[in-house]
Design a binder for this molecule. Structure first.
Ligand SMILES: O=C(O)[C@H](O)COP(=O)(O)O
Length: 410
């Protein structure tokens, strides 16, 4: 059972008691009368073929409080898009699939590109951004939930817990972030969050000072979770990062635009497991190192906008401070793991930290050479001001794909 400690300026919603899922769904249905809910599922076509996705769809069949499900489908050809339509067809909600690689949405993308509004690489960030755009265009809901599609430990009450803080009319939260413990194969996972993000934030506090922003970030129990809920009006003004800095950048954007009293984190699962990326120390530009590098750059850029001056010496000091902080944390994780009957491979953990400490130097150097680089896709508010009919275009592309009976016919 959880404690009820509030560790900082954002509100933490713990699961102090295990709630009856039916009672929770009943409450969510009542909230939906005032605050309708859309759930966004950003996915790759390949994820549709996994047991995790089948479990997610089965769980969502029970989530009748959700009005609309928006699936962002990446890396799908015509046959695969048709299969996706079949795959989701039994869901009771209003379901719309964004076939991001299809000709209609590609042509919307080209038009955005001509206006210099979407020059970004495909990936989860861009997928989520289009899904947010479609949700805004649909005008159907005031609450948006987003969760990953590789969750192997999905339970049907996960979306209810995730969206509760935004859906409940008694609350005034603008944004809520999901948290949990990532555990698999009898050990602690969540390697980038545990071994990179947490010690890096603590090291930054030592090197650049305990700023309010760093204190705020340090409050999040799982800063990298892909599970979050947001008010639709807040999503309209949100810039979304197109790289792996997506989750951390989202927290930075919330901090910039909203008072911390309107931000929450919520316990959404006992344990959480998902698809794991390989950690290959030789692959500096891929996998977990790439993820860590994008996150580090996003933090450096954010701190620079708050007045921090970075030099090569700052990054060298930061690397040393990070390394010490990470080793101390490994000791704490080890104690916690053993207490819970889990094992922990100290060699792997320290090896990971050694490689990630190099990432601080390379990401720092990259930042110094490209201080104005930005992975942010503009907010839909800005896009709409530049292209007044963008929401009509987006909706038409999605509806026409759905009604097109000739897709896939040669
Ligand atoms: O959240 C993280 O730290 C990364 O997504 C890696 O997660 P994993 O160690 O559970 O694969």
């Amino acid at each position: 059972m959880a404690d009820f400690h509030q560790g900082g300026p954002i509100t933490t919603l713990h699961r102090i008691l295990d709630r009856n899922p039916e009672e929770l769904a009943y409450e969510m249905n009542a909230f939906a009368r005032q605050r309708r809910q859309t759930l966004i599922l950003p996915c790759l076509y390949s994820e549709l073929e996994t047991p995790a996705m089948t479990t997610i769809v089965e769980g969502l069949k029970q989530a009748t409080y959700i009005d609309q499900i928006v699936v962002g489908l990446d890396r799908a050809d015509a046959q695969q898009y048709l299969h996706a339509r079949e795959f989701f067809k039994d869901l009771p909600q209003h379901v719309r699939i964004l076939w991001n690689d299809g000709p209609r949405l590609r042509s919307v993308h080209d038009r955005l590109n001509e206006n210099n509004l979407a020059r970004y690489e495909p990936g989860k960030g861009r997928n989520v951004w289009y899904c947010l755009g479609y949700t805004l265009a649909s005008g159907r809901s005031s609450v948006i939930g987003i969760h990953d599609c590789d969750i192997a430990t999905y339970t049907p009450d996960l979306p209810a817990k995730l969206m509760y803080p935004i859906a409940n009319p008694a609350f005034n939260f603008a944004f809520a972030k999901g948290y949990y413990a990532r555990v698999a194969n009898g050990t602690l996972k969540g390697r980038v969050c545990r071994l990179f993000v947490t010690p890096l934030i603590r090291a930054l506090k030592q090197v650049v000072g305990k700023t309010d922003f760093l204190n705020y970030l340090d409050c999040f129990r799982y800063a990298l979770s892909g599970e979050m809920a947001i008010r639709t009006d807040v999503a309209y003004g949100l810039r979304v990062a197109s790289d792996w800095g997506l989750e951390v950048s989202m927290l930075s954007e919330m901090y910039r635009n909203h008072t911390v009293h309107r931000l929450a984190q919520v316990d959404i699962a006992d344990i959480y497991d998902h698809k794991h990326r390989e950690f290959d120390p030789a692959q500096k530009d891929d996998g977990l190192s790439r993820m860590a590098s994008d996150i580090a750059k996003s933090l450096f850029r954010k701190l620079a906008t708050q007045g921090t001056v970075f030099t090569p010496e700052t990054f060298r000091t930061l690397k040393a401070t990070y390394y010490r902080a990470a080793l101390d944390l490994i000791e704490q994780y080890r104690a916690d793991a053993l207490f819970n009957g889990l094992k922990i491979n100290r060699d792997e953990e320290e090896n990971c930290v050694e490689v990630l400490s190099e990432v601080i130097i390379s990401a720092g150097q990259h930042y110094l050479e490209n201080p104005l680089e930005s992975p942010f896709i503009p907010s839909w508010q800005r896009v709409e001001s530049a292209m007044g009919d963008i929401f009509e275009q987006l909706s038409a592309a999605v509806e026409d794909d759905l009604n097109d009976m000739d897709i896939g016919k040669a």
